[in-house]
Design a protein around this ligand. Sequence first.
Ligand SMILES: [Cu+2]
Length: 121
Amino acid sequence: MTTLISKIRITALLCSISFSSLAALAGETKDAGGGGAMENRIEIKDFAFNPQTLKVKSGEKISWVNRDEEPHTVVSVEKQFKKSSALDTDKEFTITAGAPGTYTYFCSVHPKMTGTIVIEK
Ligand SMILES: [Cu+2]
């Protein structure tokens, strides 16, 4: 019984650690070290996706984060990945890069906002 409780405690501790390192990562770009899956981040700011074109390898994660006061969405033009819900300020949307190819996407609230993901093997 005591071991179970200490396991739970350790898990809770680990969770809080990974949460704080995530928070630390949020303010930085890549190169934070620590290993793990590389995260490719696209910032949505001033009604634009930045970077406009992102190259990733299949299997990597891609996250969008909205830095505008307006809600935005991420929708694949050819429905190649699940669309996001409306992202409020500082909300994130993450997908895992699938089959190699070029994926264009847009914001369904502001269809002039477009971006491209190039997935390589
Ligand atoms: Cu938008």
